[in-house]
Design a protein around this ligand. Structure first.
Ligand code: ATP
Ligand code: MG
Ligand code: MG
Length: 532
């Protein structure tokens, strides 16, 4: 079915589209108080995707009404990562671009008798709301509120001494109608609006008005905002403004990680991770460094779907499945040995090096050089330690004493002897004989890397392997969620051996290391690679 039209809302949606002439306007409204995460990929898909499907337009709107939490770094990052995700905003706007209009509308709201300047403390507001009691300032004269609101704006009142509250419904069933705050005083400069203002509008006051001013047809948000819908409509009605159609969808949650920006902020600030783009985080910047592609992320969110059914946790494996499917098509195969075991080929000459051809792609045509790379084969080769055992067994396809395996793209080798370490149990070197005629076809095929010339070690790369950041499936639910961090979420292999061609790899290049998994070149020194 059509993911944009859940059964119970399709009729309303059609009616609304008739009203707007079939043209859809949506907005993606992040608050610039952190980096975007995989949940935002869903919100991006919902908003930009709906606009695209209906040949409409989608704004990128910074919902920047809390200057203390917001930073230019986040504004810049969001712009960049939305672009990386492949979405093209119709316009980039800021809620703060509308501060003057919002202020003028607040004055109008007071004049209409729908707002008042209040002096209750946060504690008083809370306890009065609990007993559904009106603030003593609620029915003060309109002229008095107008004068005080003007003083608030001009910086004549101390922070915390006054707020502007909407005169909603203190007897409502819905606590989100209990005279929500429209403006508060904050002597904090704003990352976009500068130091022009010392009063700032609240989310509840701002969001619906800016939606309306931007002619948003579909204001799509996550389910926790559903309870705020009456207030959203109330304010637009009080000001005689156009109503967008509001529709909520479920938030995306993923197992073994946290997505709330409050928690992500804490992980970064307290250095539990290495910055917002740590590959173990489900931030889009982290996923990018880890080699996840926008195609894979978008295929994943499309598959998860956009529903109102309360989003149960989506398993991490699900997104990994989409990443592998995508990278399988896009990444070249190369050979890297993570834990090298030295193999000396006894029947090979000391200085002989031959250049063999290896395939970047399993189905590469033999005559297509671009789909192949050169790999040196010499007397000393390295295989994965885990591909060697002293004793053979039935389901084992690696090398063992007396047994033959195939070195991929090269020759069969037979193990004839081993050299033990002083402990007499650890094998430090394997002696083998190769079969240049390839007269036998062993079942087991393993990856390897050779010395490029006699006595020279292969190219070394640092490889980082990742496991989940948290041990339990839903760490966000735990009281002490930081105690659930996985102590082994990151393993660094300082010196893996790689085929020489990897020397030319560039930042962001994707590879499949044969028999190991997908890796991506990271930013620090060109040879640092991540596993998916
Ligand atoms: P957080 O609680 O993590 O701070 P937020 O909702 O405050 O999230 P915003 O930056 O304001 O974060 O979000 C921008 C848009 O992305 C909003 O429409 C929000 O509903 C949506 N969004 C945020 N998190 C998710 C999620 N996990 N799944 C789907 N949409 C999300
Ligand atoms: Mg928000
Ligand atoms: Mg938030």
């Amino acid at each position: 079915g059509n993911i944009w039209r859940p059964k119970n809302t399709s009729e309303k949606l059609e009616r609304h589209l008739q009203f707007t002439g079939g043209c859809v306007y949506t907005r993606f409204p992040p608050e610039p108080n952190g980096y975007l995460h995989i949940g935002h990929a869903k919100a991006l898909f919902v908003n930009f995707g709906l606009a695209k499907e209906r040949v409409g337009k989608c704004y990128l709107r910074y919902d920047d009404t809390n200057p203390e939490a917001e930073k230019q770094e986040y504004i810049d990052h969001i712009r960049e990562i939305v672009d990386w995700m492949g979405w093209k905003p119709f316009k980039v706007t800021y809620s703060s671009d509308y501060f003057q209009e919002l202020y003028d509308l607040a004055v109008e709201l007071i004049k209409r008798g729908y707002a008042y300047v209040d002096h209750q403390t946060p504690e008083e507001i809370k306890s009065f709301r609990e007993s559904k009691t009106e603030s003593p300032w609620r029915n003060r004269p309109i002229a008095e509120s107008l004068k005080l609101f003007d003083e608030m704006r001009r910086g004549l009142m101390e922070e915390g001494k006054a707020t502007l509250r909407m005169k909603q419904d203190m007897k409502s069933e819905n606590p989100n109608m209990f005279d929500l705050i429209a403006y508060r005083i904050k002597y904090t400069p704003h990352p976009h609006a500068g130091d022009k203002w010392c009063i700032y509008p609240s989310y509840d006051y701002t969001h619906c008005i800016v939606d309306s001013l931007e002619n948003i047809t579909h204001s799509l948000c996550t389910l926790e905002f559903e309870i705020r819908r009456p207030s959203y409509y109330w304010l637009l009605e009080a000001l005689d403004l156009y109503h967008p159609y509001v529709w909520e969808y479920s938030r995306l949650s993923i197992t073994n990680t946290v997505l709330s920006k409050r928690k992500l902020n804490r992980l970064v600030r307290e250095k539990w991770v290495d910055g917002w783009d740590d590959p173990r985080l489900m931030t889009l910047a982290g996923l990018k460094r880890r080699g996840f592609t926008p195609d894979a992320i978008n295929a994943f969110v499309r598959d998860v779907g956009i529903t109102r059914s309360d989003g149960s946790m989506i398993r991490l494996e699900k997104i990994e499945h989409y990443v592998r499917e995508d990278l399988n098509k896009k990444s070249r195969r190369v050979m890297v040995v993570l834990k090298p075991l030295k193999v000396v080929i006894k029947n090979m000459e000391e200085n002989a090096v031959s250049n063999l051809r290896a395939k970047y792609w399993p189905d590469a045509a033999d005559d297509d050089d671009k789909l192949h790379y050169e790999v040196p084969f010499s007397k000393v080769v390295y295989i994965e330690s885990s591909d060697f055992r002293i004793k053979d067994s039935k389901d084992y396809y690696g090398l063992s004493l007396g047994k033959t395996v195939m070195l991929r793209y090269a020759f069969p080798i037979k193990c004839v002897d081993v050299v033990y370490a002083e402990d007499k149990t650890t094998v430090v070197e394997v002696h083998a004989e190769y079969d240049p005629a390839k007269s036998i076809k062993p079942k087991g095929v393993i990856h390897w890397v050779a010395e490029p010339s006699c006595g020279t070690q292969p190219l070394k790369v640092e490889v980082r392997l990742f496991d989940t950041l948290f041990l339990s499936e839903n760490p966000g639910e735990l009281d002490n969620w930081l105690a659930d961090l996985n102590p082994n979420s990151k393993t660094t292999v300082a010196e893996a051996f790689a085929v020489p061609v990897l020397r030319h790899a560039c930042l962001g290049d994707q590879f499949q290391f044969e028999r190991l998994g997908y890796f991506c070149v990271d930013q620090d020194n060109g040879c640092v690679i991540y596993k998916n």
